[in-house]
Design a protein around this ligand. Sequence first.
Ligand code: GRF
Length: 225
Amino acid sequence: MTPTATPLTLVVLISGSGTNLQALIHSIDAGRLAARIVAVISDRPSAGGLDRARRAGIAAEVIDHRDYGDRESFDAVLARCIDGHAPELVLLAGFMRILTERFVARYEGRMLNIHPSLLPDYRGLQTHQRALAAGEPYHGSSVHYVTADLDAGPVVAQARVPVHADDDPERLKARVQQAEHQLYPLVVDWIARGRLAWREGQAWLDDAPLEQPRIFDNEQLGAAF
Ligand code: GRF
């Protein structure tokens, strides 16, 4: 790995169990990701990821979406909280709120999401059920820059996993999550090391515009990381 002088600072937004957050924490601790998580923010007080953050000594904050009458006011408070930590990058990791255009524009090129499907297929919810119902041979997860259209920003990288004949949504989800726990830290590390950047509304990887996402199968992910 190329060393970097200062770790990339991250704020991670969550709503749930936070296994992706945990994977990021592990990767940082293991020296595979040159970053530092300066805060974790949840819109749900019950999010399991809050405990994961606290156990790792990371500031964990709750902005309860039920306390706000509309998206604009929630997003304004969220932005103030994020900016108070002055991160270089904002990561959505199972954050279940739809964000306003104004919020998304504020973090243009500085905000990534991980979505459990091979985008552009299966935007939205229930991706595992839908992929199974359609008889897909492959399913997976995508890391993309966040733009105003839900799950439609430029995709940087994808982890592809096979669908097995005896899969149910839970089994498939477990396989996808295992892959995304490697994929997300890998992509964030590309940014930390200056390999991936946002220039003039486009993702660039290794000094070339990224026309297609990098696709990894399971075994390649292990090797890449
Ligand atoms: C992940 O599968 C991610 O792709 C999706 O939400 C899930 C979050 O899981 N956006 P966790 O909270 O990280 O365990």
